[in-house]
Design a protein around this ligand. Sequence first.
Ligand code: NAD
Length: 287
Amino acid sequence: MGALVFSGKELAARVRQEVKEEVEALKAQGIQPYLAVILVGDDPASQVYVRNKERSAKKVGIESHTYRLPAETSQQELLALLQKLNADPKVHGILVQLPLPDHINERDIILSINPIKDVDGFHPENLGRLVAGYPRYLPCTPRGVMRILHEAGVNLKGQEAVVVGRSVIVGKPMGLMLLAEHATVTTVHSRTRDLAFHTRRADVLVVAAGRAGLIKGDMVKEGAVVIDVGVNRMPDGSLKGDVEFDEVVEKASVITPVPGGVGPMTVAMLMKNTVEAAKLQTLNREA
Ligand code: NAD
C-alpha cells in the first residue's frame, strides 16, 4: 500500500511560525516570553536536546537562558537555583533537562518547580489536571503526537489506540490525551504478556519504548497509523526509531520517520507551552 510518511520537521516549522506570531503579539504588549533551561552534567544526548531548545527559542523570539551546571552540583544548589527562578517574574518557563545525575532526587526537583512555570508538564499538579480533564501544560512529546494526528486527519473517536510504553514523560500522558479524544486506549509495557497481540489490534499505534526496531511489519495491522516516538543511537552513530520502518511503511496508512518525525514536534510544543506560560502569568488569565 505505502504509507504517508508524515514530516514532523515540516509541521514543526509551521508550529514555530504560529508561536512566533504569538510572541510578536505579546511583545507588542510589552511582554517578553522567557524560558530558563537547567542542564546538570554532560550527558551527550541531553546536550543536543538543550541546544535544539535554545535554537528553537531563538527562532521564535523567546528569550532563553541555559544554566549549565557541573555533574557534581548538589541537590541543595539546584533547589536554590529553582527557588530563585520560581520567584523571578521575568521567567515564565522553567525546564530541568532529564535525566539528572544519580545523587539528585528527580522527584524532589520536579516537585519544587512552580507548577505555573512547569512548561514540561511533569509536575503532579499539571499531570493531575490532565487526568482530571482540565489540563494546563500538556507534556511536549505527546502534545506533539496529538498535533501530528490532527494534521494527518486522523479521527480518533472510537478507534483502537495502543500506546507502547508507560513513562510519565510519554506513555502515560499519551494515553490520557488519546482517551480525551474518545479513542479506546490500551497501554502496553515491558511486562505485557503478548505485545504483538495488542499492537496488531491498533488503528493508531504510538510507540515509545526506547528499543530500536521493536515493532516489526507483522505486528502492525494493514492501514494503521503508526507514530514512532523512539530515538535510539546506533553503534554507527545513526538514529533509529522503535519501529522497523522499512517493513511497517508497507502496511501503515501514516507513519512518522526517525529522525524528522516526533522529535522536532516536541521542541515546537515546548515553545507553545512557554508562550502559554507567559500569557497565564501576565494577562491575568485564570491559571
Ligand atoms: P522510558 O525508558 O522511561 O520508558 C520506556 C517504556 O517502554 C517503559 O514503560 C517500558 O515498560 C516500555 N518498554 C520497554 N521495553 C519494552 C518492550 N520490549 N515491550 C513493550 N514495552 C517496553 O522511556 P521514555 O522516556 O518514555 O522514552 C521512550 C523512547 O522515546 C526513548 O527512545 C526516548 O529516547 C524517546 N523519546 C523521544 C522523544 C522525542 O521528542 N522524539 C521524547 C521523549 C522520549
